[in-house]
Design a binder for this molecule. Structure first.
Ligand code: C2O
Ligand code: CU
Ligand code: CU
Length: 520
């Protein structure tokens, strides 16, 4: 059996023991309407490697690792069942939800317990996602396979599909994760101390759970909504047309970012996406035969070396790892020899173009009604520092996360500018805020290769455009964000609401690079 077959078979066989339909790794994940989900079960399917999955129970049937779809305004009313041997939560990343529905780490569901989740999607069309958030276990559970996509659609989104004249199968929602594979099998999550500092990197990409993933598409426009679901790896996405020479990158159109469509498309030939960030892109594949999507080589700017360890959350002592391996306790570099460093080239997925030739229609000049209103000059500024400490690791404002603390409070309806400054001796940190989207105003202090990617006004990256919920801070940078703590609906979510603000490098998040904020 070849490497891929072995890996796929390994993933497939583990489902059979649990009385549920086994996962079929070669098949597309099934699309499920959000409102049809009655139960969402988080379960471990392989106690050796610790692999896990979500199963959506629709009443009439069960779907393994579904892709969820919703129209704006549609809702979820489902029981979340924790069939894992650890606490978990289900957090819908990017959605504006009340504290009670947010699945944050301070609201864990104990093993064997269930919790009702009920909400309505108020956000614009875009690619959102759901994943566990139990503090101290998030990195391990996401690496184990617990991450799913939620595609939200609305009128603007559908108008765009019509304008692109998308052939059936030419619109894809893709979650990219990296895993460690050795001898054809996925390694369990067992980071050494150094992995807890830099993040846990894999040597193989899984796209929607598949190794060596590929799709067949028709000539014309292809629309891809892509999530970086890696624990720690940044991705410099490029689409190589190898028949046109190895270095030839197909230009594409950036249509949207985390919180949906931009006002106008932006032509690029590469785009940098860190953990938790999403892009929506359109490629004109007419006249091409095959494309290989890769993460291009880049300078990852890992400047930090120290003995600091993460995952020291007290709850970790009470539950075993998913795969009977120690976590963050092995000093020194282990098994990293065959793992490409952050910044090394990594193959992601391929597209094969088949079918009668077709001409892609002109792209609409306007994609959405999104405005680029700058905040008023007297908007108060809040300063936030991303620090590195030799002993404690990465912190926000020198303070390790505490589950009951409030880092700071903001007033509902307030507008604020956040000035986030990353230490020059630090690492890139993809910073994420729950509950509220924001705009990136400008950046300063970007150096090295990253600076070449800062092609937008204000020293910004193309992924800074539009509505963001996760923004990358490179070492030495200062960023200014515009936040608006107005809720989309009057009277929504009565009482103070607590949300999380953290680094989406999941080893940093579990290693305390997180604060709670309260909206009063
Ligand atoms: Cu994607 Cu706080 O999470
Ligand atoms: Cu989130
Ligand atoms: Cu970080």
């Amino acid at each position: 059996m070849n490497r891929r077959g072995f890996l796929a078979a390994g993933l497939a066989s583990v489902g059979a023991a649990c009385g549920l339909p086994p996962a079929k790794p070669e098949a597309e994940p099934l699309r499920v309407s959000l409102s049809d989900v009655k139960r969402l079960i988080a379960q471990r399917v392989d106690p050796i490697a610790g692999r896990c999955r979500y199963v959506a129970d629709l009443g009439t049937r069960q779907v393994v690792q579904p892709i969820l779809f919703a129209r704006r305004g549609e809702g979820l009313d489902a029981l979340i069942e924790n069939a894992l041997p650890q606490p978990t939560t289900v957090h819908f990343h990017g959605l504006t939800l009340s504290q009670a529905q947010d699945g944050a780490g301070f609201d864990p569901i104990a093993p064997g317990e269930r919790k009702r989740l009920r909400f309505e999607v108020q956000n614009r069309s875009g690619l959102y996602w759901f994943h566990p958030h139990p503090h101290g276990f998030t990195a391990e559970q996401v690496y184990a396979g617990l991450a799913g996509l939620l595609v939200v659609t609305d009128d603007e989104d559908q108008a765009l599909d019509a304008a692109l004249a998308l052939a059936p199968g030419n619109r894809l929602a893709l979650a990219i994760a990296d895993v460690r594979v050795r001898n054809g099998a996925i390694r369990p999550y067992a980071p050494a101390t150094i992995d807890c500092l830099h993040g846990w990197f894999g040597n193989k990409a899984l796209v929607n759970g598949q190794p060596d993933a590929g799709w067949v598409v028709a000539p014309g426009w292809v629309r891809l909504q892509i999530l970086n679901a890696c624990n720690a790896r940044g991705l410099l996405l490029g689409f190589q047309d190898r028949s046109a020479g190895k270095e030839s990158l197909l230009p594409f159109q950036l249509l949207g970012t985390d919180g949906g469509l931009l006002a106008a498309p932006r032509e690029l030939d590469r785009v940098f996406l860190h953990g938790g960030e999403r892009v929506d892109v359109a490629l004109d594949v007419s006249g091409r035969r095959a494309l290989q999507t890769v993460s291009l080589e880049f300078d990852a700017r890992h400047h930090t070396q120290s003995a600091a360890a993460g995952h020291r959350h007290p709850a970790r002592g009470r539950y075993a790892p998913l795969a009977q391996e120690s976590v963050c306790e092995t000093p020194g570099p282990t098994e990293t020899k065959d793992v490409p460093a952050d910044g090394a080239e990594l193959a992601l997925f391929s597209l094969r173009i088949e079918g009668p030739s077709a001409r892609a229609p002109a792209l609409p000049a306007r994609l959405s009604a999104l405005s680029q209103a700058a905040p008023a000059l007297d908007t108060p500024t809040r300063r936030i520092r991303l620090d590195f400490d030799e002993c404690t690791g990465f912190l926000i404002d020198q303070t390790p996360y505490a589950i009951d603390e409030t880092g700071f409070s903001v007033t509902r309806g307030a507008r604020e500018v956040w000035e986030i400054k990353n230490s020059p001796i630090s690492m890139p940190h993809p910073m994420h805020l729950h509950g509220f989207g924001f705009r990136v105003l400008r950046r300063q202090g970007t150096f090295g290769a990253a600076r070449k990617l800062a092609t937008e006004p204000g020293g910004r990256f193309p992924t800074d455009l539009g509505i963001k919920d996760t923004v990358l801070a490179w070492p030495n940078e200062t960023l200014w964000l515009a936040l608006d703590f107005t809720l989309p609906r009057e009277g929504a979510f009565g009482g103070p609401q607590r949300y999380m603000f953290h680094c989406h490098n999941l080893e940093h998040e579990d290693g305390m690079m997180m604060r709670n904020i309260t909206v009063l």
